[in-house]
Design a protein around this ligand. Structure first.
Ligand SMILES: Nc1ncnc2c1ncn2[C@@H]1O[C@H](COP(=O)(O)OP(=O)(O)O)[C@@H](O)[C@H]1O
Ligand SMILES: [Mg+2]
Length: 259
């Protein structure tokens, strides 16, 4: 068996009286799209925050490419090639595309004896990244604030940023939740393109249709524990829903999907 690129072993964490995760283990293989499913409050976001250095587990440990992985903070995770895109994206709305790709990691050049931010290079990288993802943004909009762009374009910039910084693992928490249908489709295409480029992806989604369209494997969390793990090729929507809600769940559930 090959070594997982990223692995969590027996992770537990509590927030006050809430045991958000209890002995959760998960393996992400190289080039795999792994979907993380589960009802609201199941612990999905908490788990990926541990995998991306935001939270520290009370127990258990992480491994990256077969070696122990200690993450002090999200910068540590990024330095390892683990990039995370949260639902709120963390784009700087008033800055242009290039600035958002570099955000805090801007290239500089010497000009008149001074170190200045290399804006032409940033604009050039922005064009290249978008081209690589096959995203079309008119030149006049490239230099404007990203808040003028559509949700799908903004999502593409966040993905482009991760790619530019050589993500080996890309973690996405509900990347399509706020998008219209055509843009959701585009994000799914982007994930497929990343996979083709050898990037491993963890995708959190409430949308079983998306999961079945893009994922290789599904891990279901329920109340902070792993309820089950299935290959997409060997399961179906009914079985996954059953794992998500458990035996005790009433069939009259009418709660909408949230986050
Ligand atoms: N920072 C926090 N402080 C206190 N409780 C939290 C915190 N983050 C998550 N929780 C709790 O942990 C549980 C799992 O939450 P979360 O990981 O956000 O679930 P999901 O993403 O699957 O909806 C929930 O009961 C939630 O209220
Ligand atoms: Mg969540």
């Amino acid at each position: 068996m090959s070594t997982p690129i990223l692995e969590a072993r027996d992770i537990s964490i509590r927030f006050g009286g809430v045991e958000a995760l209890r002995r959760v283990s998960l393996q992400l293989m190289a080039g795999e799209v792994l979907a993380l499913a589960g009802d609201n409050g199941a612990g999905k976001s908490t788990l990926i925050k541990i995998l991306s250095g935001v939270y520290h587990a009370d127990a258990g440990h992480l491994r990256f490419n077969g070696s122990p992985l200690q993450l002090r903070d999200p910068q540590d995770a990024r330095a390892q090639g683990i990039e995370t895109i949260y639902q709120d994206l963390a784009l700087a709305d008033n800055l242009d595309v290039g600035s958002n790709i570099f955000l805090g990691r801007e290239p500089t050049r010497r000009q008149f004896g001074l170190q200045v931010i290399d804006r032409p290079r940033m604009a050039q990288v922005a064009r290249e990244v978008l081209e690589r993802l096959d995203i079309v943004i008119p030149e006049r909009k490239l230099g404007g604030p990203v808040k003028m762009l559509s949700g799908g374009q903004r999502q593409a910039i966040a993905i482009g940023r991760a790619i530019y910084w050589n993500a080996r693992v890309l973690i996405m928490d509900e990347p399509t939740a706020a998008l219209g249908v055509p843009e959701q489709r585009k994000v799914m295409e982007l994930i497929a393109a990343l996979k083709a480029q050898g990037v491993s992806v963890i995708l959190i989604s409430h949308n079983l249709h998306d999961i079945f369209a893009i994922a290789d494997r599904i891990v279901v969390l329920r109340r902070g524990e792993v309820a089950g793990e299935r290959l997409v090729a060997g399961t179906n929507g009914d079985e996954i829903v059953h794992l998500i809600v458990g035996d005790t769940y009433a069939s009259t559930n009418t709660r909408g999907s949230g986050h």
